[in-house]
Design a protein around this ligand. Structure first.
Ligand SMILES: [Zn+2]
Length: 208
């Protein structure tokens, strides 16, 4: 799933705070947003492995949630929301596509790395690829409760995420070709630093 979808999903986790602990809602939203985004900071260094921990984030999130429910403070709620959002990000990545430049071709069997079992989890492709129309629909569905419950700056942030998601969805396939072209122009000395999914790609099947 694309980053706006993960970001919105992380913030949605904080919505229940509006009814249960409204004073902690702002910190919960920030923590959920960060937890939804942070795993993908590994985009160019071991993507879906370096900062993706589907098992360990889930374990920490479970302990964090119990702690936050027992002792709801700014720190415990922020930690719980951060790890819940990060765990949700990594687990939902499994239901997306594999790690490849043109994921709609469905050739990669690597969705997310499971550090606990030391193996890659295969993609389930319920959301066929990041930036697919279904991914955008998911973003819209996640944005809806946020737009209903909140107003002001957060609404602008949510609408901004939706706008980014829309543009990314429209350009998604063209961006893969742009990336391949840029990589083909790079000097050989730089190639060792380029993520493998950008290299040795089979020719694009534009009819798919
Ligand atoms: Zn991810």
């Amino acid at each position: 799933m694309m980053l706006p979808t993960h970001a919105l999903a992380g913030m949605v986790l904080a919505v229940p705070l509006v009814a249960t602990a409204p004073e902690l809602t702002p910190i919960g939203l920030i923590a959920g947003l960060l937890g939804g985004v942070v795993p993908d900071l590994d985009l160019y260094t071991g993507h879906r492995k370096t900062l993706h921990f589907p098992v360990y984030y889930s374990l920490v999130a479970a302990v964090g949630t119990v702690t936050a429910l027992a002792v709801p403070t700014t720190l415990t709620v922020a930690a719980a929301l951060f790890f819940l959002a990060a765990a949700l990000h990594c687990v939902t990545d499994v239901f997306g596509s594999g790690l490849e430049l043109r994921p709609w071709e469905g050739k990669s069997e690597r969705a997310v790395y499971d550090h606990y079992r030391e193996t890659w989890i295969r993609p389930r492709r319920a959301v066929r690829y990041d930036g697919s129309p279904i991914d955008l629909l998911l973003s819209i569905a996640l944005a809806t409760p946020l737009l209903v419950v909140f107003e002001g700056g957060l609404r602008i942030l949510v609408l901004g995420a939706l706008a980014v998601g829309f543009v990314y969805t429209v350009l998604r396939r063209a961006l893969a070709d742009v990336a391949a072209t840029v990589v083909s122009l790079l000097p050989a000395s730089v190639l060792p630093y380029v993520p493998p999914r950008y290299l040795d790609e089979p020719p694009s099947d534009r009819s798919v």
